[in-house]
Ligand binder design. Structure first.
Ligand code: PRX
Length: 655
């Protein structure tokens, strides 16, 4: 079988949640899509005549040359807006500077120490043009890959938009990833240039970034130039000829750089995400379709209006930041708030303080953050008015109904609709989501498909399961924002996503659809775990562990965690002669952080003599999951090779 699905082929659905929240009348009246009937009408058209629908939406953007054909579909290879020429930087900037938006805030940035910097559309346009000229002066050409390893400063979107402007393909690497993770991504993408900064601020301290780049470049010969933005001013060792200061190059750069007309299928970016193997996949997003998908979802799902102040709390290192901090909102001419640091600096009310001071009207955050706020206590949001908010959103993992209700009442004061948006790095834009004003919500459900999305819950043969039953979430038709391939590995793209149930896109998530046609996403059905809304492959963590000289074998599973959604449990067998000490556990945790990044640090490590395996030698992760979750194994053990292993594993708990 191509893509490894869970060991079982049926999925039990256990969540029963009957509450339903109608759209507030006052919201519907002013919404882009004001009723369910209107959503139904649009949805019907979008799936019956997708080319007509998407062609009309694409017409709201600027094209240097109109497309000849909306879609060319040769499963799994899609081409959208064939023959069209477009530039995303143009659509995010130039399209607005000739209008009243010229002096509107594009980015309102608040640093962790408290500084506020605002870039209007015109100012951002100028910065982007200058940096595009900087890239050109370093020899970066259309089609070259540029790696970006930065913190949450406005220069990060400036760098992305400058790449998009000249047709260089960016690959943003989350600043929390380690030097080794950066090496893998630079090798895979063969980036010629790296854009970074000396450091960033988090929880009152500097998080250094440049040293990781310096370390990585010892083994990355493809990189010829590094541009360093000076944020913290800490001392760094630059290498003459290779390393350049952002401010030096910008001082010399001209502020005119026309946007390059690019083929609609020109690669905009590569973003790496975990799959079921140890090697992250570089998902390739192209220009035209992605532009249309992010533009429309931002407009309709956030019901975005000219006067909104919009804040997405994600890091731009993840797809959420790409689509819903940079490309979607800026194409819509939104005022985008961007925050550099931690939610509890200097106090746990930083988010609520930011919302009140900047009069944020739309907040988009993650369930893991919401659960953390609940833990910190209501006194923190209660200190603030929060009356500027009109819409709330979540993304990244299933939201438990308790957290949903808390978000609704304590943050939204029972007034703001909540959009629980399901989508993936691969999908590029939101796929299942309420449209506020049109679709009533149910806590824990991502509700209905966005127009143009044909989603279904099926069994392993691809047959739809009855309402209320669990199954695999699949997408039947192509959509404009979809990833086009895995960089350098089209075969893996085909195998992973389009071969499990032939002809359909396999999401890797389990879900059920209720009698009202609402989708309830239950989580991954493969070896991907979701820790604080971040995807990790169990194989990736296992590979990191076995790379340590003391480790013979490792098996990693996710177990439920109240705050993070899932926590990482590792079962480790040691090389002969190595002692299972607490110091070694700590050393291994640090080792994984160094290999991948601290988000991958196992929460618990258990040393064991043997791992439970089938007769064919496959590790029975299901048993380990049960053990990590409940401390015992009740499930089916008939395929286990050596039954004494289980008893030994339980004993290992006490080590
Ligand atoms: O399991 C689903 C979960 O996050 C996965 C995608 O992760 P990533 O590519 O990192 O993108 C995260 C941000 C778009 C999905 O396969 N997921 C994401 N959003 C939701 C969700 N699970 C349930 N409900 C959601 N709203």
């Amino acid at each position: 079988m191509a893509n490894k699905v869970a060991e079982s082929t049926s999925i039990d659905s256990v969540l029963h949640e009957d509450r339903k929240f109608e759209c507030p009348e006052s919201f519907s009246q002013q919404a882009h899509i004001p009723s369910l009937a209107e959503y139904d009408r649009i949805y019907r058209e979008s799936v019956e005549e997708p080319e007509k629908f998407w062609g009309r939406i694409a017409g709201e953007l600027h094209w240097f040359k109109k497309w000849d054909k909306v879609l060319e579909w040769n499963c799994p290879w899609a081409k959208w807006f064939v023959g069209g020429q477009i530039n995303l930087s143009y659509n995010c900037l130039d399209r607005h500077v000739g209008t009243a938006r010229k002096n509107k805030a594009a980015i309102i940035w608040e640093s962790e120490p408290g500084e506020v910097r605002t870039l209007t559309y015109q100012q951002l346009h100028r910065e982007v043009q200058k940096f595009a000229n900087v890239l050109k002066s370093l020899g970066v050409q259309k089609g070259d890959r540029v790696a970006i390893y930065m913190g949450m400063t406005p220069e990060l979107p400036v760098a992305m938009l400058a790449c998009a402007r000249i047709g260089a393909t960016h690959t943003v690497v989350f600043g929390g990833f380690s030097s080794n993770a950066l090496v893998d991504r630079i090798h895979d993408s063969q980036a010629t240039t790296v854009i970074t900064q000396d450091g960033s601020y988090r929880r009152g301290a500097e998080v250094k970034l440049f040293p990781a780049v310096e370390e990585a470049l010892k083994s990355c010969p493809s990189v010829k130039n590094v541009v360093i933005y000076q944020r913290t001013g800490s001392a760094i060792n630059t290498q003459p000829g290779r390393d350049h200061w952002w401010h030096d190059l910008m001082a010399k750069a001209s502020d005119e750089c026309p946007a390059e007309p690019l083929d609609a299928e020109h690669p905009l970016y590569i973003l790496y995400t975990s799959g079921t193997t140890g090697k992250p996949k570089g998902l390739v997003h192209t220009t035209g379709g992605y532009a249309v998908g992010t533009y429309l979802t931002t407009k309709w799902v956030f019901d975005l209006k000219e006067e909104d102040t919009y804040w997405c709390t994600a890091d731009i290192g993840w797809v959420t930041g790409h689509s819903y901090i940079v490309y979607g909102p800026l194409q819509n001419g939104a005022a985008v708030l961007m925050y550099e640091g931690a939610p509890n600096f200097p106090e746990p009310d930083r988010f609520w303080d930011i919302i009140d001071r900047h009069k944020v009207s739309i907040l988009y955050t993650a369930p893991t953050a919401i659960r953390t706020f609940i833990k910190w206590g209501d006194q923190w949001p209660n200190k603030h008015k929060l009356d500027s908010l009109r819409l709330l959103g979540t993304v990244g993992e299933p939201i438990n109904p308790e957290a949903w209700i808390w978000y609704h009442e304590t943050i939204g004061h029972s007034r703001c609709p909540i959009v629980d948006t399901w989508w993936q790095t691969e999908t590029g834009n939101m796929m299942l989501t309420p449209i506020p004003g049109a679709i009533a919500t149910k806590p824990g459900s991502a509700t209905k498909p966005f127009p143009g999305v044909v989603a279904e819950v099926v069994d392993i043969e691809g047959k739809p399961v009855p309402a209320g039953s669990g199954g695999f979430l699949i997408i039947r038709q192509p959509w404009p924002g979809m990833a086009r391939t895995i960089y350098g590995d089209p075969e893996r793209y085909k195998q992973q996503y389009w071969s499990q149930i032939p002809g359909t896109y396999f999401t890797g998530d389990g879900a059920r659809k209720d009698k009202d046609g609402y989708f309830w996403v239950m989580g991954r059905v493969d070896d991907v775990i979701n820790v604080s809304g971040h995807r990790l492959s169990t194989m990736e963590v296992e590979s990191a562990l076995v790379a340590h000289e003391a480790v013979a074998e490792a098996a990693v599973v996710g177990r439920p965690d109240d705050v993070k959604g899932q926590a990482i449990s590792a079962f480790v067998t040691l090389e002969q002669g190595r002692k299972p000490t607490n110091e070694l556990k700590e050393e291994l945790r640090k080792w994984v952080a160094k290999e991948i990044g601290s988000l991958a640090k196992p929460d618990d490590i258990r040393f064991t003599d043997t791992l439970p395996k089938t007769r064919s030698g496959k590790i029975m992760r299901r048993l380990l999951r049960e053990l990590a979750t409940s401390g015992e194994v009740k499930g089916d053990t008939t395929t286990l090779e050596d039954f004494s292993v289980l008893a030994k594993l339980k004993d290992s708990d006490e080590s």
